[in-house]
Design a protein around this ligand. Structure first.
Ligand SMILES: O=C(O)CCC(=O)C(=O)O
Ligand SMILES: [Fe+2]
Length: 347
């Protein structure tokens, strides 16, 4: 069976679609989430100019010299600012050492929702809703913030569809995402000119991982590199369709649905060309949910044949354990179910 990421047009939810049109979208999303965990989403309504200006801003930042970029670093406990190449190891978010004991070579820049963005939720923990650091790049903050708002709007449209697809109370996601921990991670997979990749062995752009939250809205250029683990046990190259966002579910959805929906393993291995890698960029918007929202298996997803696979956890506890792995290098021992699937994919 060939691997394919289904394509779904969500415009019935972005504009005023009829009930029948929306039901058809929800049914397609349900099928994609059960079978693949990744979806090519079109009809999202994000204007091309906003994405193009965002990508230009991202390029301008990554073009700065390393010393300048490093002035935008934050401590590992704060998921903001610049992460230099090899400072993170995504497979440790699952409690698995990277296959070659090398950290991931991507560099990243993170921005996220701050406490000030949620004036109706006083007293949010400062580390989780930290202030952003902005580089001194003309127009960067405006272009990135504009895109951030659009990607967040798409993520919230998607949770509306998820609620319908799962037959939940219309307020289910709204009441768990009023002060959602949202982060936009801009990724640059590039090596300094002249790096001989054969010396570095089996190079990892970004180690195998599942995303942590509810849903991820990914923009990526069309350079190959992203690979998704199929139900056949093989890794498959996936690129976003022209004008589409690649959307995937994170662990919060696997927990809620008792794995009826999939938080699918993926990794990045940029192609090697003439002894070095071809540069690749992506930007992942993570919509994770409120830090204090309790995530427990939906009663509708449990029966005699499907006992609950997870105990309740707050979004904050879950994300903190994951970030301890990827950003601070402390292997996540709580991710037993996920690490088993990584290890079996290596056999
Ligand atoms: O670069 C990509 O295409 C994927 C990035 C990713 O998986 C992530 O940032 O979590
Ligand atoms: Fe990811």
């Amino acid at each position: 069976m060939s691997f394919r990421v289904p394509r779904v047009d969500i415009s019935a939810y972005v504009a005023d679609g009829t009930a029948a049109q929306r039901a058809a979208v929800a049914a397609q999303i349900d099928q994609a989430c059960r079978e693949v965990g990744f979806v090519q989403v079109v009809g999202h309504g994000v204007p091309d100019e906003i994405t193009a200006a965002f990508v230009r801003a991202m390029d301008a930042f990554f073009a700065l010299d390393l010393t300048t970029k490093k002035t935008c670093r934050t401590p590992p406990s704060v998921n903001r600012g610049y992460a230099p190449p090899k400072s993170e190891s995504l497979s440790l978010s699952l409690g698995v050492e990277s296959a070659n004991r090398m950290n991931d070579f991507f560099e990243a820049f993170n921005v996220g929702a701050t406490a000030a963005d949620y004036p109706d939720s006083p007293g949010l923990p400062q580390d989780d809703y930290a202030e952003n650091v902005w580089p001194d790049v003309e127009g960067f903050e405006r272009a990135v913030s504009t895109y951030f708002a659009q990607a967040g709007r798409v993520a919230r449209t998607l949770t509306g569809i998820f609620g319908d697809a799962l037959g939940l109370d219309p307020d289910f996601f709204g009441s768990r995402t009023g002060h959602s921990l949202d982060v936009l991670r801009m990724n640059n997979y590039a090596l300094p000119p002249g790096t001989d990749v054969t010396l570095d062995g089996d190079l990892t752009g970004m180690g195998e991982h599942t995303d942590f939250g509810i849903v991820t809205v990914l923009w990526a250029d069309q350079v190959r590199g992203l690979q998704v683990l199929g139900s056949d046990g093989g890794w498959h190259d996936v690129e976003p369709d022209e004008g589409a966002f690649l959307v995937n579910l994170g662990d919060v959805m696997a927990r809620l649905t008792n794995e009826r929906w999939m938080s699918t393993l993926h990794r990045v291995k940029p192609p090697v060309l003439d002894g070095t890698i071809e540069r690749r960029r992506s930007a992942a918007y993570f919509h994770d949910g409120d830090v204090d929202a309790v995530i427990e298996v939906l009663p509708s997803c449990v029966d005699a044949d499907h006992p609950a696979l997870y105990t309740p956890v707050t979004v904050g506890e879950h994300i903190a354990a994951k970030l301890q792995g990827s950003r601070a290098g402390v292997s996540n021992v709580a991710a037993r179910r996920e690490s088993e699937s990584v290890l079996s994919s290596r056999r």
